[in-house]
Design a protein around this ligand. Structure first.
Ligand code: GUN
Length: 300
């Protein structure tokens, strides 16, 4: 048996089209152009690539993009002052501060300074609390993308056994909350979990978000399970030439695809969904701030 490949790239393109259609309607019917501010401190190469893509895709969806690039040595107080300014700016509906931040800046303090209504990353404690109590929240983009793909593929998730490997604040914990909200039976496993393979084998839905290249192999997977691979790991690929690398997930695709019912590839699975969900969250935030009905199909 070979698993169905869940095409995140195509799904993300479809979501971006929906976002662009909503944006066009907001502009023509409500004279409202959603705006997203992205703040990058320092010049981490991976972060620079992400921020560039966020900017380009925001503009392509017809929204306004406000990019703020600050030097590595920016004092924390200066970053907090910029956030205050963005919080007060009516043209800005979403604010994203790219992580990780330089070591001299306290991340929780910065995240707490963002107006929760503009927190399109869903990292503010208010949004974390709203999500975990089943209320209307801004939801972190990567787990939101995973949930949208799962619902698209499986329909109703009620009563399914979901195992999330990884307990990060960005992916693992909010993923578990979203699955619980969709009535799945949820286990959060992690590096200290005993008999991890056995726990994973109980999953109808397996979400791998640990950051260990190809850790999850076919023998960890229940036949027919749906596997979502959140990992993005760059590993040496000497077969491609000296010094070359390639991207792999947390799941060993070849062996997993022999057992799973469906699986997301890396690249081209979860990755493209993250920015598409960021755009969706920005439209949702703009509608909420203007007291307009929320667009359908863009939220959990
Ligand atoms: N760095 C890696 N992933 C993310 C994300 O989803 N949001 C932000 N702000 N920074 C990140």
């Amino acid at each position: 048996m070979t698993a169905t490949r869940i095409d995140g790239k195509a799904f993300a393109a479809g979501l971006r089209e929906k976002v662009a259609a909503h944006v066009a309607r907001l502009k023509s019917e409500n004279d409202l152009t959603p705006g997203l501010a992205v703040v990058l401190v320092g010049n981490d190469p991976a972060s620079e690539v992400y921020v560039g893509s966020k900017n380009r895709q925001t503009l392509e969806a017809g929204m306004n993009s406000y990019e703020h690039r600050l030097p590595e040595e920016t004092p924390e107080a200066e970053l907090l002052a910029l956030i205050d300014q963005l919080n007060a700016d009516p043209a800005v509906h979403g604010i994203l501060v790219q992580l990780p931040l330089p070591k001299h800046i306290e991340e929780p303090k910065v995240l707490a300074a963002i107006d929760p209504a503009k927190d399109v990353d869903g990292f503010h404690i208010s949004n974390v609390g709203l999500l975990s109590t089943g209320q209307k929240a801004m939801v972190p983009c990567t787990p939101l993308g995973c949930l949208l793909m799962l619902k698209d593929h499986l329909g109703d998730l009620s009563g399914l056994n979901a195992v999330v490997i990884g307990r990060s604040n960005i992916v693992g914990k909010p993923m578990a909350q979203l699955l619980l909200g969709a009535n799945a039976t949820v286990t959060i496993a992690h590096s200290r979990t005993k008999n991890l393979a056995e726990v994973a084998r109980g999953a109808d839905i397996l979400v791998a978000a640990v950051g260990r290249p190809e850790m999850v192999t076919g023998d960890w997977i229940k036949p027919g399970a749906t596997v979502i691979d959140v990992g993005i790991n760059r590993i040496p690929a000497p077969e491609r030439g000296e010094g070359k690398t390639r991207l792999v997930g947390d799941v060993d695709y070849a062996s997993a695809a022999e057992v799973a019912g469906a699986i997301t590839p890396v690249p081209g699975g979860v990755g493209p969904m993250t920015i598409a969900c960021l755009l969706a969250n920005t439209v949702t935030a703009a509608c909420r701030s203007a007291g307009l009905p929320e667009p359908e199909g863009l939220t959990a």
